[in-house]
Design a protein around this ligand. Sequence first.
Ligand SMILES: C[S@@+](CC[C@H](N)C(=O)[O-])C[C@H]1O[C@@H](n2cnc3c(N)ncnc32)[C@H](O)[C@@H]1O
Length: 187
Amino acid sequence: MIPTPNLDHISSKDYENVYEPAEDTFLLLDALEKDAELLRNEIAPCISLEIGSGTGCVSTFLGKILGDGKAPNGLLPRLYHSVDIICCNPPYVVTTSEELYSSKSVIERAWAGGIDGREVIDKMLPLVDELLSDKGVFYLLLISENKPNEIRETMKNDYNLQSKVVLSRLAGREKQSILRFWRDIRQ
Ligand SMILES: C[S@@+](CC[C@H](N)C(=O)[O-])C[C@H]1O[C@@H](n2cnc3c(N)ncnc32)[C@H](O)[C@@H]1O
């Protein structure tokens, strides 16, 4: 079992501006741990990337799985079709568009997702296609209100990305799932 990164140095004051790891964060950690052998041996990444890193808890955990020197890097144009692991726990909560775009507080922007909780997610998906390498995998946390099946269809039809649900869990009334996407490079 891989220990959860130690976050003791982050204070309650910090959490006024940075998303505090919660059930969704831990579901993503559990999905990555479940896939640890695949990530180490089959994907064997050169570059991995976390979108929306918050405390950095997920990236730190992924770095523990992969070993030194393989921690996620910053986003650069030169990463086109070269990122082997992308993971994202996005702002997914259903809100109005106004709540998303008029939000003054940084912490609200960490969870507010706009209509269907999809407004940030839908902007990110074309970027994932640009970044993901041929052998790459993309982990995305979604709740049922985000319409995961619709996202899977879009990713298949628009980008030829296959997908699978790695883990699902109830957190209060939220049904959270981690999806893994990868390129279908068969002709
Ligand atoms: C649900 S939190 C997840 C944080 C962290 N990855 C975790 O699992 O604990 C979503 C994160 O996405 C970031 N975020 C929100 N909108 C974003 C955007 N347009 N581009 C990049 N990151 C964004 C927020 O700042 C926040 O850190």
